[in-house]
Design a protein around this ligand. Structure first.
Ligand code: NAD
Ligand code: ZN
Length: 381
């Protein structure tokens, strides 16, 4: 089968790889019809992780079930399903408590927790930027879609990761109706956090970035755009909130934060987040920070350390939540918001490409070329 294969830093190609197949009685085999390129793929694409050359990316997947193992009873051949990016068993200590993001069974390395398709340090699983994908524990890891699944495919594929992740950022921050919310990053995750805050009834949502195409999308959904190459975002947010700072803040950039001049500053958004949120406000950090970053500019950052102003955070009595999103906690509700016509996250899709054009998609999404907000690949054409 054809798949997007990582070759080395900033290099992917579409190649023939061994067919995905049922390997365990509880597996399901899915023919992929939509699979997104994610900001998280870029950490690996840029060579900042231990992701092995020859492996396939792709953790935001939707498709049709074509085969089920003998231990699968609920999911049937022909079902159209969207797959949480987390691969989880459903019965370990963490899954049992809803933390499918830190499943202990699917992660073979005892010092780690959590598994995902096509992801560094998250188990040996292949990604779905391919014609077919093996889904372990298929009954648990497939979310079935209804009759509108083809018509709304671009909406539903966002339920694999970025819509729940944006929602999770607002849950971690504790967004409540009427709240003022600041969001750092107007990439797909930041836009989904803004969209989630708006759905939850936030009074004012401010989105910080410096790419005008992405900021325009933030305005399109009813948020206030803040271009940090033109204004100081902390001052801007304070001006908008009677000097107090926003009630809640979401970090949707991660350790690849840059200043508007293009210099990498992994701590910039975290410290600005604390600065621009009020005393006792809530912070949700879903932007990725890794324990190791071989591609970072200095030694500390290579060890995953950022200069976080903990004193300011403590002094303000804020609370912070962080980490991977447990997609299964939200995916049914978000699917049903889409089905009910209450949400349409596909507004951020800028490009739909056949699998063969994945290298172009990666290059332009990585360099944040104007207008390349979210790329969806269609392996089945
Ligand atoms: P992206 O790279 O497309 O978007 C990041 C955005 O941040 C870009 O628009 C960039 O211009 C902006 N940015 C950079 N520096 C900034 C700064 N100093 N201030 C404000 N904005 C700044 O990526 P994405 O797909 O939106 O993902 C964002 C982050 O979320 C990544 O770190 C990704 O790995 C992470 N992520 C986490 C989870 C999770 O489960 N926690 C899931 C998906 C993605
Ligand atoms: Zn993703």
């Amino acid at each position: 089968m054809k798949a997007v294969v990582y070759k080395g830093p900033n290099d992917v190609s579409v190649e023939d790889v061994p067919d995905a197949k049922i390997e365990h009685p509880a597996d399901v085999l899915v023919r992929i019809t939509s699979t997104n390129i994610c900001g998280s793929d870029l950490h690996m694409y840029e060579g900042r992780t231990s992701f092995e050359p020859g492996r396939t990316f792709g953790h935001e997947n939707l498709g049709e079930v074509v085969e089920t193992g003998p231990a699968v009873s609920k999911v049937k051949v022909g079902d159209r399903v969207v797959l949480p990016f987390n691969i989880a068993c459903g019965f370990c200590k963490n899954c049992d408590r809803g933390f499918t993001n830190y499943c202990l069974t699917m992660q073979p390395e005892p010092k780690l927790a959590g598994a995902a398709y096509g992801f560094a340090d998250m188990g040996p699983y292949q990604g779905g930027q391919a014609e077919y994908l093996r889904v372990p524990y298929g009954d648990f890891n497939c979310l079935r879609l209804g009759e509108d699944s083809v018509e709304k495919e671009l909406d539903y594929v966002m339920v694999a990761d970025i819509f729940p992740t944006g929602w999770h950022a607002t849950e971690l921050a504790g967004v409540y109706p009427g709240d003022s919310v600041v969001i750092y990053g107007a990439g797909p995750v930041g836009l989904m956090a803004a969209y989630s805050a708006i759905i939850k009834g936030a009074g004012k949502v401010m989105v910080v970035d410096r790419h005008s195409d992405r900021l325009k999308l933030a305005e399109q959904i009813g948020a206030i755009s803040v271009d940090d190459s033109e204004v100081d975002p902390v001052e801007f947010v304070k001006d908008q909130t009677m000097g107090f700072g926003a009630d809640r803040g979401c970090e949707c950039v991660g350790y690849q934060a840059h200043d508007p001049g293009g210099n990498e500053q992994p701590n910039l958004t975290l410290n600005r987040l604390v600065d621009s949120v009020r005393f006792v406000g809530g912070l949700g950090v879903v932007g990725v920070f890794l324990p190791q970053d071989p591609g970072a500019p200095d030694k500390l950052a290579q060890q995953g350390q950022v200069a976080f102003d903990y004193g300011n955070y403590w002094f303000k009595g804020q609370t912070m939540g962080s980490g991977q999103c447990p997609v299964k906690k939200y995916n049914r509700a978000l699917r049903d918001l889409i089905a009910g016509g209450k949400a349409s996250p596909s507004f951020l899709v800028s490009h739909e490409l056949p699998l063969d054009q994945a290298p172009e998609g990666y290059k332009n999404f990585d360099t944040r070329e104007d207008g390349w907000t979210k790329v969806v690949l269609h392996p089945a054409g």
